[in-house]
Design a protein around this ligand. Structure first.
Ligand code: FES
Length: 156
């Protein structure tokens, strides 16, 4: 009788153990799938700025655009603004308008030949380098490419 009880308890323990192992095997990938977007960094993507011909000979021309980006679980439409300069020979200089200090939008000032930030008085030169004020870094220069006559910038 005691032998049968031992066998039963062994079978119960073995069944519980195998059930636990199978649950973990199935559950870990599911948990990983559910929480992995929270740890993914936003992917970079190419965003259409319009016909390169339309921007030909531009000099610090302000261009606004929108794009959709996935951030974690959320897919959102983002608005951005850049200054585009046709540097010639198929090269483009595209600067983000976001100040590297606290994120205010800079504007190009034709008279001073500089980008000015209204928030804390920062000044950036034509290359985006900091000339005055508190920003720790230059303005971000975006990567560009032209495909099928369309100018693209790389958004991160
Ligand atoms: S946000 Fe531009 S200087 Fe502070």
């Amino acid at each position: 009788m005691e032998k049968q009880g031992n066998r039963r308890s062994f079978l119960e323990i073995a069944t519980a153990f195998i059930g636990g192992v199978l649950s973990l095997a199935a559950g870990i990938p599911l948990i990983g799938f559910a929480i992995s977007p929270a740890f993914k960094k936003g992917e970079s993507k190419w965003v259409d700025l319009g016909l390169a011909d339309r921007l030909k000979n531009s000099r610090f021309k302000k261009v606004d655009y929108t794009f959709t980006a996935k951030d974690g679980w959320v897919k959102a439409t983002k608005k951005r603004s850049v200054y585009v300069t046709d540097a010639g020979a198929g090269e483009w200089n595209v600067f983000s308008r976001t100040c590297s200090h606290l994120g205010c939008l800079v504007r190009w000032d034709e008279k001073q030949e500089s980008f000015l930030c209204p928030c804390h008085g920062a000044i950036f030169d034509q290359t985006g380098a900091v000339v005055a004020g508190p920003p720790p870094e230059p303005l971000q220069k975006l990567e560009t490419k032209v495909e099928a006559g369309i100018l693209y910038v790389k958004e991160t």
